[in-house]
Design a protein around this ligand. Structure first.
Ligand SMILES: NC(=O)c1ccc[n+]([C@@H]2O[C@H](COP(=O)([O-])OP(=O)(O)OC[C@H]3O[C@@H](n4cnc5c(N)ncnc54)[C@H](OP(=O)(O)O)[C@@H]3O)[C@@H](O)[C@H]2O)c1
Length: 413
């Protein structure tokens, strides 16, 4: 059973002990272990493509650290990867996951700046959802002493993306207004918190209605995702807004552009609308693509509008942006230490519970971030599940796409 994040206090700290350090590294990690547990995506598709299996223990190369993982972040992007709903998908089988945190267990040759026992968080180009990972130090950051592992796993991707969009791309300043979709999600809450560090910023948040009571204090105005948000915003601010952060794409692109004030900035950073069912829907993909307003630069020039795109993972892993991201991380950790920002954790899940965790995002149930807690035991329900041992087989292929049966599974949160 997952532990809800709203009152994530003593038990969570017990499960992911923030004081774990050098002693823990030596006790829990026999250096001669040849294998480790990892989540594996056997092929693109539904939840049944995920399983926990044993893999060879990785060893650090030149310039890398080996991390005994405590917790991993589960992002909306991981759903899209599972479905194969991304550009240039890598080959399967693969270990998913783009971020994790834990304790440095060993360092490769010529590795500077880190030593055994350091508590760290890291970006990974896949392979994060495992008991042990190895990664170049370019993507590794030391955790503040007071930060818990659950917080660290909820920190990097969301806060760095939110910070770079607001401050590097859109130049957020005092008195501006920002519209953010999925305001109750992990990035949405990071955006809301970062906006609150600048005086007099108005945040228009859009989220499913049941989240409103929990997140109403984090934004200035909150709208149900099913309302006509263009009309609602214009009732309050007839001129529109300065910044629109769009993670939905499709029809929202045109709507968002119509909401921009002169010199306003629209940033596309996701395509959540492409996810409809459990598996990739070519109809949703085509609809989203078709609905995106085709923009003529001459119209932008006449209307004084800015259109931008942002992908943190591309910046980090394809475009050499690690030094820029490091400087952003320094600023964010400073804000964290000043208690100006703090990641909101929705719930913690064992690796074996990854399917239920993903289903929670599919169902729009999360408020804040879902965490895979590597040391957490699965629920009794999952302990009897066949995921750990089964191979991809005919029965599973038949089950793929059977969304109804998945939705009726008795998940207890
Ligand atoms: N470009 C980048 O660098 C970058 C980095 C991180 C994340 N992202 C993007 O930012 C967005 C949010 O990511 P996140 O990881 O923070 O996730 P999240 O917001 O925590 O994700 C779940 C929420 O998204 C909303 N949602 C919108 N469309 C949905 C759909 N089709 N199915 C299910 N939920 C949907 C739901 O909230 P409501 O029902 O309340 O709307 C849901 O609770 C995603 O599009 C992701 O790809 C981009």
């Amino acid at each position: 059973m997952a532990k809800e994040g709203a009152d994530m206090t003593e038990e969570t700290e017990y499960m992911i002990d923030r004081n774990a350090g050098k002693e823990a590294a030596s006790v829990e990690s026999p250096s001669n272990a040849k294998e480790m547990r990892a989540v594996v995506l056997a092929g693109f598709g539904g939840l049944n493509k995920l399983r926990v299996t044993r893999k060879a223990m990785p060893e650090p190369q030149d310039g890398e650290v080996k991390i005994r993982v405590k917790a991993c972040g589960l992002n909306f992007l991981d759903l899209m990867v599972r479905q194969g709903n991304i550009d240039n998908p890598p080959k399967t089988p693969l270990v998913p996951g783009f971020e994790c945190c834990g304790i440095v267990e060993s360092v490769g040759e010529n590795t500077q700046g880190f030593e055994i026992g350091d508590r760290v968080m890291a970006f990974m180009n896949y392979n994060a959802w495992a008991e042990v990972v190895c990664t170049p130090v370019d993507f590794v950051y030391k955790m503040p002493d007071e930060m818990m592992f659950a917080e660290a796993a909820a920190f990097s991707l969301n806060f760095v993306a939110a910070y770079m969009m607001l401050f590097e791309v859109a130049s957020l300043r005092e008195g501006m207004s920002v519209l953010v979709h999925s305001a109750g999600g992990a990035v949405g809450q990071a955006v809301a918190q970062l906006c609150s560090t600048v005086p007099n910023v108005t945040v228009f948040g859009i989220a499913s209605c049941f989240k409103h009571a929990s997140i109403k204090d984090s934004v200035t105005h909150l709208f149900d995702r099913n309302t006509d948000y263009i009309q609602e915003v214009k009732k309050i601010s007839p001129d529109g807004v300065d910044i629109v952060l769009d993670c939905l794409c499709g029809e929202n692109t045109g709507k968002s552009l119509s909401l921009l004030k002169p010199l306003g900035t629209y940033i596309l950073y996701g395509a959540s609308n492409m996810v409809t069912g459990e598996t990739k829907s070519f109809f949703s993909f085509a609809k989203s693509w078709w609905q995106v307003e085709k923009v003529n630069p001459i119209k932008l020039y006449e209307e004084n509008k800015v259109i931008a795109g942002f992908s943190l993972l591309n910046l980090l892993f394809k475009q050499g942006g690690c030094n820029l991201v490091k400087s952003v991380m320094d600023k964010l950790l400073s804000l964290y230490k000043q208690k100006k920002i703090r990641p909101l954790v929705d719930s913690l899940w064992a690796l074996e519970e990854v399917k239920e965790a993903m289903q929670r995002i599919h169902d729009r149930g999360n408020i804040g971030k879902l965490i895979l807690d590597v040391e957490k035991s699965p629920t009794p329900l999952m302990a009897n599940d066949s995921t750990e041992t089964s191979e991809a087989g005919e029965e599973e292929e038949e089950a793929e796409g059977d969304n109804d049966s998945k939705e009726r599974m008795p998940f207890i949160h």
